[in-house]
Design a protein around this ligand. Sequence first.
Ligand code: 4AD
Ligand code: MG
Length: 451
Amino acid sequence: MASSAYKSYQTIERLHEAIGQEVTLNGWVYDTTGKGKLQFIKLRDGSGTVQCVVFKPNVAEEVFEAAKSLTQESSVRIVGTVRAEERAPSGVEVDVKEIKIWQIAKDYPITPKEHGDAFLMENRHLWLRSTRQHAIMRVRATIVKAIRDFFDGNGFTLMDSPILTPAACEGTSTLFETEYFDLGKAYLSQSGQLYGEASAMAQGKIYTFGPTFRAEKSKTRRHLTEFWMVEPEAAFFELADDMDLAEDFVEYIVQTVLKHRQQELATLGRDVTKLEKVRRPFHRMSYTEAVEWLNKNNVKLNRKQADGTEIQVDFPWGEDFGAPQEEALMQQFEKPCIVHRYPTEVKAFYMKRDPENPKVALAMDMLAPEGAGEIIGGSQREDDFDALKERILSHDLPLESFEWYLDLRRYGSVPHSGFGLGLERTVKWITGAEHIRETNPYPRMIYRIQP
Ligand code: 4AD
Ligand code: MG
């Protein structure tokens, strides 16, 4: 059998297992300092960083000169011996024997000084190398794995939904449109849910996980035009089951990150005691209770009047919550809170009405604490043929495009429910990132498509 040499390559992350041994490292220079006979090279290889020490009397003349010539982000191969070093964050240092320069980098644009947001975003392809962005991306990868492990381990089958779709799912105002050969217009999917429902009727419990698109005009800290969403859908689940599932799921994600990403959370300066509190049961309240709470606590709504002046009013039952209401509500809580049973008018056409109060939908949003806002939106789905058809028509949606969706209510319709969790919103909350643009490697926003 052919051997795979790459498996024996040394990574900085595992150097503590090689104390006393000679190793070969490949990486980039993060920083250098020097004094007299000593040169210090802070080397990063993607897995971690380590200080490499070049002591003039111990190396050939060219090696010491090579060390002195290194600039930020120059690429090198270093051969040296691993030594335990208590004062180093990684617990080790490397005493250098040889240096091979792959390339000397000239004028790397991101220097250790502070840069503006626009500059960093233009250089996103390089910014990703910085310690903080590196840590956020590692947490993101762990969250993705936790998401898959949770559903795979709980009897959900992965059934991906298409990205090119013939119709809207979450309202027509945020659709990206494209020509689709001779078949007219196609739209980038806003949500895999409708297909997820069909898949659930085939597999029982499924999840779809992939990129989704919203032509959001909003320039906020929590909106992307392209984001990843995981959407479980389960036959025979009612709203209460859906909420229980969402709580189990979010608890699992947070506790998994705490277990595997302590170092990254420390790098990010995240207060992990807050995350440790994210344990079931979460808080729950109905939309109606939430409105009562807002009004009892004097959280007013700014309302523009006909003459242009603004007045402050009580929050009117029937309107959707915005970020200010959600943030005010969440200030009392350290754990997430599920708000359920929203007015039907502010929610999507496919949501089932509450048989006990047809003014509200069997909907639920999960709000995260610390100002993170909505991370989950979900509902029990309308399973009655006539009610759903009427809803499609009253929302001015093209009936022909939804005939297949109505089939799910023609052939063995059952109660079913699901939800969508936004990956980037979740990464933002767990890492404590200020802005959602830091939570996706190459974020897409209304005003940015480069790099
Ligand atoms: O609440 P939303 O719009 O729900 C749906 O799309 C349902 N079809 C999901 C379902 O029931 N299967 O979106 C779900 C989540 C939000 O809670 C939020 O976390 C995220 O997706 N999200 C966004 N994240 C980043 N940028 C945006 N523009 C987002 N819009 C929604
Ligand atoms: Mg929502």
